[in-house]
Write a protein that binds this ligand. Sequence first.
Ligand code: LLP
Length: 450
Amino acid sequence: MAAPLPAASGDDPCFAELIARRPHLSRHALDGLVMEEVPLARIAEAAGTPTWVYSAGALRRRLGLLRRALAEANLAATVHFAVKANPNLAVLRVLADAGAGADVVSEGELRAARAAGIPPSAIVFSGVGKTEREIRLALAEDILQINAESAEEVEEISALAAALGRTARVALRVNPDVDARTHAKITTGRSENKFGVAISDAAALYARMAALPGIEPVGIAVHIGSQITAGMAPYRAAYARVAALVRELRAAGLPVARVDCGGGLGIPYRDEPAPLPEALAGAIRGALGDLGLPVMLEPGRWIAGPAGVLLASVVREKRGATHRFVVVDAGMNDLVRPAMYEAWHGILPVAPEALVAPLSPAGVVGPVCESGDTFARARALPALRPGALVAFLDAGAYGAAMSSTYNARPLAAEVLVDGARFAVVRDRQGYDALLAGQRLPPWLGREPGS
Ligand code: LLP
């Protein structure tokens, strides 16, 4: 038995709480922090740091919990993982094998979904800026559904499909003008946001869709925002408006085959109360159940967020004016969420002794030359020597997916853990790859490096 863990100072959850709430993580007296059956230290040894590490078991479990909640609410539902949250092919394959389809927003995501083995018949294409090339690809692949976001896009899909002799299955994404009460940068369902068509314009546009060549109108889609934790009221309000619209369309004799309920279900990064899938299923059932239609869901974060960590090494500790800084080898170019949304991510030391050592406040920062490259301002952590490992929690969604090479820092490696096995599923970017594709213009003479 490992010794009990010390309590954290302040309001932050302590290490033991952070671990206990994430069933794929555990603490071993000799191995320290372990994901499924693999010590994270072993992964760092094999793959180096910084490295994203995903638990296949957690991905399967969370998708399963979501599907079960929908089934128990008697909903005929399909889950289309929002690829934007994590486009890693191994992650997509795990989810596809467990029955998920995909929600994509670009040619790259469509290609990733197909490369991971997700059939076109399980792929939805969302997004406000689909290019002509992307619409053509969606038509050529004959994907399940295109979610159109404007009258202009509807006309373009019709013209392209008719010219190709195809029929596009199109759902209309409506903007229900509901406040999801989440971070301003990730709310999408207000009338001032760029997403969807005003719900007051939707019936006329849907009728137009039914009259246009090359389009089969298949339903209504709605997505009001991401990291929704403030209860089910915003969802209920949005779905009630969608239900009223569907009734109006039916009364007008227009066909509605399904409703796409979007994503957005939040997760507890710190210890915020977060709704469970049962609550979302209940909200869908309550507002849309009477319509007797199949529903689709597009969750990203809820499935993948808690399933991943970003593993980093301490470069050194540095004395600051008010408290120490722990400088790690991961930066805002890897995990941008704290810099971009003031997001809180749990930070756990990996070594067994560090998990039980005395704590004191530390700023946790990356090496990037911006003050925003700060993961935590005053976090209770043990003293950490150079080379000590730390894990940033809940980094499986919008982690690697949003990373960049800012400060000419190569993209980190990605590892999948599955029981006692693990594999590097994306190599760390090399420096040749980092510079690849660049060349000097002929008038500047010699090639770079020569
Ligand atoms: N469907 C649509 C149309 C979306 O725009 C999104 C997310 C989703 C589904 C999936 O939402 P989720 O279930 O993951 O909340 N980078 C931000 C999140 C941006 C979400 C954008 N759209 C973050 O790191 O918090």
